[in-house]
Design a binder for this molecule. Structure first.
Ligand code: MSP
Length: 525
């Protein structure tokens, strides 16, 4: 059986997660469910990144000690993922004892190997990003990542010898074209970070306490990124008594991260793995962002939207559909209330919802709900529809395997539109009027059969993202809901199916203007 290990970043538990943060998780969940559908043994990891100065400060602001604070926040994160039905297999917290111990061992090993040495660090420090920058990396004197002011700081510190591994890393990039996705990020890494000269990385801090202490020098705590990145292996039991999961699932098949943390995952993480003599993940996919018309989402701009707010009003599947449909592989997606409502009404209510409604109604009207058997192709339109249904599966698979998630939905919706058009072309209501003639009856049977077969295919293809909608479609069609990928091969073999008598709409049409206003209000709150 094929195995599939997928990871998301571990999130800073430092506030409420907006739809942008939830995007990474929805993407990974969709990917996992796609591989589950294909019959693979999957393991998905997520969690929280709980150490560092930023968390220490946040806890102080809330009058809590850091551990109390992260306990509360990680509970909230889990509650959100549960509401969003994110199907992860393990939730790691970097304050978990097994992780802390493993990170300490990793650090000592790096010291022994002389990958880490002691020195003194002086540089420009961005507190919120917990990163040091050199003079030349600053943008207008501010942090190049978040744009906020930086402070000049000096401290005794340990350093990781990045320079030792740079050539190996570049060679690895070249020899493994699937390692970085989308491909253009490889050049970004080389031009922005490697070519200017990759400096040794400062991997300890003495200016605060909330971190994992270095075993052999406890006044230092381990830099939060060294601590956090290793979660992907410690979660599987690396440096513990039980490393069965590690043996089974490492190297990861795909690690999904946002573009802002691509640098850490595409440069430092592979170098740490090389130093540990572990194989590198097959692919690291650095996705784009969900942004707003006026740029990044932020409370101060009054443009934040939270997933719960959309789920409550429009449902989980509609929320997930929008998120994945709107962020293409090559650029950021912009959330607008107008687009959200338009997609809801047009893609979900009109295109998909009506297709199901019309099909169930016609099957009831013309055949008392009993789906006719496949009787061969009765006209040009049938042939063309069947070909498109077949090519859709191939195109969808190709898009999913290439991490083109928005395209995979476009491909499904092309089939939805084409199937709706087929109804208009074949005019079943006319065929029904002329049903006395045998040939017309056969044509009508063929039309209804093809509609049901296409809807079944659509229900299977949307399953990784919209499980509930997929089940509801199958229920209305009278098809068992536990479909598998291999059921896609049964296009001509549907037998003994009876659709339900009266189908409920999948999505209820909403008033466009009212809902746009409603979402705008949410953004202000
Ligand atoms: N803790 C680090 C990750 C450590 S992984 C070893 C971190 N956490 S985070 O909470 O700030 O971000 C988590 C994920 O959310 C990142 O992948 C980030 O890119 C993603 N997103 C945050 N805002 C986003 C959008 N507006 N749009 C899409 N993804 C966004 O970074």
């Amino acid at each position: 059986m094929n195995k599939f290990y997928i990871t998301t970043p571990i999130y800073y538990p430092s506030g409420r997660f907006h739809i942008g943060t939830a995007y990474t998780e929805v993407l990974a969940d969709m990917m996992k469910r796609y591989h589950v559908l294909k019959g693979e043994k999957c393991f998905m990891l997520t969690g929280t990144d709980e150490h560092g100065q930023k968390i220490e400060n946040k806890a102080k602001d809330s009058n809590m000690n850091p551990k109390e604070y992260v306990d509360l926040q990680s509970k909230k994160a889990k509650e959100l993922w549960s509401k969003m039905k994110i199907d992860y297999d393990k939730y790691i917290r970097t304050t978990d004892d097994y992780h802390v111990k493993a990170v300490q061992k990793i650090f000592e090993r790096f010291l022994e190997q002389e990958d880490i040495y002691k020195g003194e660090y002086e540089g420009w420090y961005c507190e919120p990003c917990e990163s040091y920058f050199t003079e030349t990396q600053l943008v207008n004197g501010n942090c190049p990542d978040c744009g906020r002011p930086v402070k000049k700081m000096k401290e005794e510190a340990y350093f990781f010898k990045m320079s030792k591994y740079v050539d190996r890393l570049l060679k690895y990039y070249d020899e493994h074209p699937d390692f970085i996705k989308p491909n253009y990020r490889k050049q970004e890494m080389i031009n922005n970070f490697i070519k200017p000269g990759l400096e040794d990385l400062c991997v300890t801090r003495t200016t605060f306490d909330w971190g994992i202490p270095v075993l052999s020098d406890s006044k230092h705590v381990i830099y939060v990124w060294l601590d956090a990145l290793t979660n992907y292996i410690t979660a599987l039991g690396y440096e513990s008594d039980d490393d069965r999961l590690l043996n089974e699932f490492w190297p990861a098949d795909v690690q999904i991260v946002g573009k802002d943390i691509a640098r850490f995952h595409l440069i430092y993480w592979p170098i740490f793995l090389m130093a540990l003599d572990l194989p590198l993940p097959k692919t690291i996919y650095a996705h784009n962002w969900v942004t707003m018309k006026d740029g990044k989402m932020s409370k101060s701009k009054g443009n934040v939207i939270y997933p719960e707010q959309l789920i409550e009003r429009y449902g989980l599947d509609a929320t997930k559909y929008y998120l994945i449909r709107e962020v293409p592989i090559s650029s950021d997606g912009i959330f607008t209330p107008e687009d959200f409502v338009k997609r809801y009404n047009s893609d979900l209510c009109n295109d998909l919802g009506n297709l199901l409604n019309r099909t169930v109604a016609m099957c009831n009207k013309y055949f008392d709900g009993k789906v006719p058997e496949y009787n061969g192709l009765k006209n040009e339109a049938d042939l063309s529809l069947e070909n498109i249904a077949k090519s859709t599966i191939e195109e969808y698979e190709k898009a999913m395997n290439n991490f083109e998630f928005a395209s995979s939905l476009q491909i499904i919706w092309k089939l939805v539109s084409r199937t709706n058009k087929y109804i208009d072309e074949t005019e079943p209501w006319k065929l029904a009027k002329e049903i006395e003639e045998d040939s017309e009856k056969e044509k009508l049977e063929s039309v209804i059969y093809h509609l049901i077969a296409n809807l079944k295919e659509i229900a299977i293809l949307i399953r990784p993202l919209m499980k509930d909608t997929s089940k509801r479609i199958l229920n209305q069609l009278g098809i068992r809901e536990s479909v598998e990928w291999s059921d896609l091969n049964e296009y001509n073999e549907l037998e003994d199916i009876k659709v339900i008598e009266k189908g409920q709409p999948l999505f209820l049409r909403v008033d466009e203007n009212e809902e746009i206003e409603y979402i705008k209000e949410l953004m202000k709150s």
